[in-house]
Design a protein around this ligand. Structure first.
Ligand code: COA
Length: 633
């Protein structure tokens, strides 16, 4: 069923975006029905698929793929049969792709969660520089998270909007108390069983030791900041020894290896109880040990590394449980961040929690602590058999190699932010994606398949769709930039054309009419029915078109932070960014083992590309920021 027909059936307000100022904002998350994600028409997807290949494959490969597509979509062909099956699935399920997507993108992926999957958010450095400040800040942070959680529990969380559309708030209900569980063939997700009393504790990790910390008083009120601070001091006193096995690194291993080690670990009753306590806790707070200082130029990238993987088995990686959905990290030097597992939620809800928590930390609600003694935080003990020690040794080695291999470059682009691009009547996200194409082309002499995440939260239980940002229009623009005979007006016109094409793809993706989830659905439908995988999914073009050399995403937050994660392919990059009104934070990663990629080089190329885009737009970036400051003073 086409989107517009679906929306008409659902009636207002779904047929039209809601203006931002409408009072609908006041409706809470639990009372909002959303439309079902549409299934795009087959012919439309396949035509778009062919267009997406144009800048990436040779004319001969494209010709061959065109023939395969023509056979696939022919009346009575394989495509029609699979589409009909997929339509039946869409009719009977509340979301036809989400479960398959979570399974194939996350739970069946056997690569380690560390670096390869879990994204981290680097938060602005806080104003403390010793363990006392660390504990005080961590206490406020926990109180802030509980304050946010109370909105979910009391169903007062307000519905979020994007581009005027209300978004599905489902992910929030799963973030707390959930955990990924390793399995021999695929993982699963532990969610708090509905109807049962939810957990009332968090876990705190320090010096590779885990503690169960009750965060509610017996009357159900959350512990106050002072109470939490007191309890964290007690945890510190109990965890001063540093000679412990970094058990947490097991969770950073290849999923199959961790799955096997997990089976060994869980044979022991004590281990089972302790591991389950971590898995079922609301969230984890990692109190990191001090790390080596680096030069100011490397500080942002070093911080990102600490948040993403903990810095190695000798550093803070043993303070993590990579399977845990939500982990807050607080160092002694004012560093802080978030590491999360994304099978249950994407970046945007995490960014919303972060915005709330950091606002709360600036101005915590003063509450007088009740005069009742608090139970001692419970240390979670583990029994380390020789087999488990061997597994930890293996995981340590693997993680340290992975960490050495990761190249991270974080930087802030200061010449302009999203406000300038908005004044030029351009979508900031589309401009950044086109600039990224320019940076990649200048570094590699060609475009590479690029995935950008677009939210499908306009729909019930929607997750993400891919925007394929490497377009023919982007190729025309980057070639014009390389052609000295091409004048600025023509380049500007090609830039605007490329931005327009990206914006159209973005709208299609946000409306549930992107191509990648549909292609996945068709392929999985064939597999589920025991049919042969259609030829169209087996040819070179299909592999090249989805070999994501550039894995990108915008995770916008009010907080001056940036998210980062590792590349999807060994010879690729990941680029994540947070566009703020007058500057943009970027995190670029690549693998050192690949000779062709270099995060620092791409980062430099990206800065130059943004400068050039700014210049094409009239080189008003700096001037405009200055003007703004003058206006403000
Ligand atoms: N003229 C003027 N202003 C424009 C414009 C134009 N042509 N196009 C967009 N803008 C404005 C928008 O109104 C918006 O204004 P705001 O800052 O007041 O809200 C701002 O520019 C930003 O819009 P834009 O850059 O186009 O993109 P977006 O913020 O809508 O983001 C996506 C686009 C695809 C990134 C977003 O919709 C999305 O899906 N985010 C989730 C991504 C995700 O899941 N990431 C997870 C990775 S782990």
């Amino acid at each position: 069923m086409g989107r517009w027909r679906l929306l008409r059936l659902l009636g207002p307000p779904w047929g039209h975006p809601v203006p931002k100022a409408t009072v609908l904002h006041r409706r809470n998350a639990s009372s909002f029905p959303l439309p079902r994600q549409p299934l795009p028409p087959l012919a439309q997807t396949m035509a778009q698929y062919l267009r997406s290949l144009e800048p990436l494959v040779s004319p001969e490969e494209l010709e061959q793929t065109k023939q395969l597509v023509a056979e696939f979509v022919a009346p009575g062909g394989e495509g029609e049969r699979l589409q009909a099956r997929l339509q039946r699935r869409a009719d009977r399920m509340d979301n036809w792709i989400t479960d398959w997507w979570v399974q194939s993108a996350y739970l069946e992926n056997r690569l380690p969660l560390a670096v390869h999957s879990n994204p981290a958010v680097v938060l602005p450095k806080q104003d403390f520089s010793d363990w006392k400040g660390q504990l005080r800040f961590a206490a406020k942070l926990i109180a802030g998270v509980l304050d946010f959680k109370a909105k979910i529990d009391h169903q007062t969380l307000l519905v979020e909007y994007s581009r005027g559309y209300p978004l599905c708030m489902d992910q929030y209900a799963r973030i707390f108390g959930s955990c990924r569980l390793p399995g021999p063939k695929h993982d699963s997700i532990f969610l708090p069983p509905p109807g049962r009393r939810p957990p009332t504790y968090i876990t705190v990790a320090r010096n590779f030791q885990f503690f169960q910390l009750e965060v509610y008083n017996s009357d159900g009120t959350p512990l106050t900041v002072d109470q939490l601070h007191w309890q964290l001091q007690r945890i510190r006193a109990q965890s001063w020894k540093t000679d412990k096995e970094p058990l947490g690194v097991l969770t950073s291993d290849h999923r199959h290896t961790w799955g096997q080690a997990y089976t060994t670990l869980m044979r022991d009753k004590l281990n089972r109880e302790s591991a389950r306590a971590i898995q079922r806790s609301l969230f984890t707070v990692c109190l990191d040990a001090p790390v080596l200082k680096v030069s100011d130029a490397r500080a942002a990238s070093r911080l990102a590394a600490q948040m993403l993987h903990g810095g190695g088995s000798h550093s803070n990686s043993g303070n993590r449980w990579f399977d845990k959905t939500l982990q807050f990290i607080v160092g002694e030097d004012g560093s802080c961040g978030v590491l999360y597992e994304q099978a249950v939620a994407e970046g945007p809800p995490i960014a919303t929690i972060i915005d709330h928590v950091l606002d709360y930390c600036k101005d915590p609600v003063p509450v007088r602590a009740p005069l009742i003694p608090l139970p001692l935080p419970k240390k979670l003990y583990f029994c380390f058999t020789p087999e488990i020690k061997r597994d930890i040794e293996h995981a340590k080695q693997y993680l340290d190699i992975l960490i050495t291999d990761l190249d991270i470059n974080c930087f802030t682009y200061l010449e302009f932010g999203k406000d300038l691009l908005k004044r030029h009547k351009l979508s900031p996200d589309s401009v950044l994606q086109v600039a990224l194409q320019l940076a990649y082309y200048r570094t590699h002499g060609e475009l590479g398949a690029t995935t950008e995440s677009a939210s499908l939260r306009r729909f019930h239980r929607g997750r993400t769709e891919t925007i394929r940002s490497a377009t023919s229009a982007a190729l025309a623009f980057v070639k014009a930039m390389a052609d000295n005979s091409c004048q600025a007006p023509e380049r500007l016109s090609l830039l605007k054309e490329a931005v327009e094409v990206h914006s159209t793809l973005t709208e299609q993706a946000l409306n549930g009419l992107g191509i990648d989830r549909h292609l996945l659905g068709l392929k999985l439908e064939a597999i589920a029915d025991g049919l042969r995988v259609p030829e169209v999914f087996m040819d070179t073009s299909y592999a090249v078109g989805s070999y994501w050399k550039l894995s990108t995403g915008q995770v916008a937050a009010r907080t001056d932070c940036v998210m980062c994660y590792g590349p999807l392919v060994p010879d690729g990059y990941a680029v994540c960014y947070n566009p703020l009104p007058s500057h943009i934070n970027f995190a670029v990663t690549a693998f050192n083992c690949c000779q062709e990629t270099d995060a620092e080089q791409l980062a430099r190329s990206l800065q130059k590309a943004l400068d050039d885009v700014g210049a094409l737009l009239g080189n008003v970036g700096c001037a405009t920021n200055q003007e703004e400051e003058e206006e403000g003073s």
